[in-house]
Design a protein around this ligand. Sequence first.
Ligand code: GDG
Length: 475
Amino acid sequence: MGRLFNVSNRVPLAKTAAPGGLAVGVLAAMRARGGLWFGWNGETTSQEPGEPDITCRDALSYATIPLPQTLYERYYSGFSNGTLWPLFHYFLAGFRYDDQEYAAYEQANALFASRLLPLLAPGDIIWVHDYHLISLGEKLRAQGVSQPIGFFLHIPFPHFEVLRALPTFAQVLRALLAYDLIGFQTETDRESFLGAVRIVLGAQSVGERGIVATGGRTVRTGVYPIGVDVQAVAQSAAKAAGSAPVQRMMQSLVGRRLIVGVDRLDYAKGLLERFQAYRQFLESYPEQIGQVTLLQIAPLGRQKVQAYAQIRDSLEQSSGRTNGRFADADWTPIRYLNRNFPHATLMGFLRAAQVCLVTALRDGMNLVAKEFITAQDPDDPGVLVLSNRAGAACELTEALLINPYDTQGIAGAIQRALTMPLAERRERHATSLATLRANDIHRWHTRFVDDLQAARGRLSSRRGTEPKELTAFRP
Ligand code: GDG
């Protein structure tokens, strides 16, 4: 097999890189297969970037470029996180569109393509990650790249009725159709994409197994639910349980039971709804007052996007209100932390918890849900309370599934989790863990790369990349 190039907006070398699920997944693929990871180095400049810097760290290779400041603002904070992120998570109220930001997005994608191009050799395969780089494949094709190029969307893909709120939705669809393989987290996401393609290109364009025929070529689509490295997470969690930070945290609980949440601070993660539900839980089950602690870890990121500053304020107020109302001289109901922890320490916190709350309003997958199950002691496992709007709910059907808008429903699920008999906890955990083992992170990257590799066979039939039929659609 040729070299594998992973491309994502950020690479974890970046000093400012916020922790996230994408990095966890791509690193696993890199460790297993080698290759090179190309992306932004986390710095902005006043000039056009030159050739990428090549770095080797922990036997992995990275090629990175800085981005011009104005371009970065419009491409990253603007179109990527002010337009695509809310749109793809169905938040039309928090969505905005600006022509200049879209132009910057296209420009940034073209810049990534032009700096990646000189690194490519015949036989390489290119795997592009996530919504920041939807147009990258199209830009690479425009520069004559003929190697297989695949795209994996880590976040949901919206139904056409939501997608069409984007004035440039047809261009976005066209850009996706420049790839050889498009991967989604769930069948629902793939169906939303294929539904949009059917409406725009006509029903005949989508064939068996979700293969799209366009512009004289074919585009494969597939469902590749991202998983976790079960063995590594389990080992790391068991080891971290005895570590100083986890032990200190446990001692500070003085025997109280621990409810945990770990999420990037993001309105899509349903943190406000979670805090409201926890408050409702304390009101509905007063016998639990003083008996439990909610540890919510929420590292900051994307603070330049207004919606993120707003949610941060709201969360501070909400946790403050609950603590003000229920706290005692020796007990704080919510410990709310806006800081990063080493991944191993987080796994230790997850193992120490009796309950994990994942209340995302919409989420592509949610790796924390999977990490929590994996981190548990199988003899005395905790219980996962999981949003039915996270991709992980398709697989983790033995979790206590909740609707994140149902405050009382979540409060009841917390109580049920805390009072669940050991035999039931063990049974649910064993079933969930077996599911995670059967579809772990290695299966995710192996399936995707094998399918992308297989797409190579069809490249000789490529005839132009312009899917002209797109112009036929008139909203
Ligand atoms: C996107 C999609 C999809 C969290 N805090 C810290 C930290 N983390 C780690 C967690 C977990 C990862 O980051 C978060 O992954 P999620 O999947 O929960 O969420 P997103 O960041 O939104 O990821 C998501 C994912 O991509 C993968 O495809 O599942 O739906 O939105 O691994 O443990 N890691 C460290 N310090 C922290 O403070 N080191």
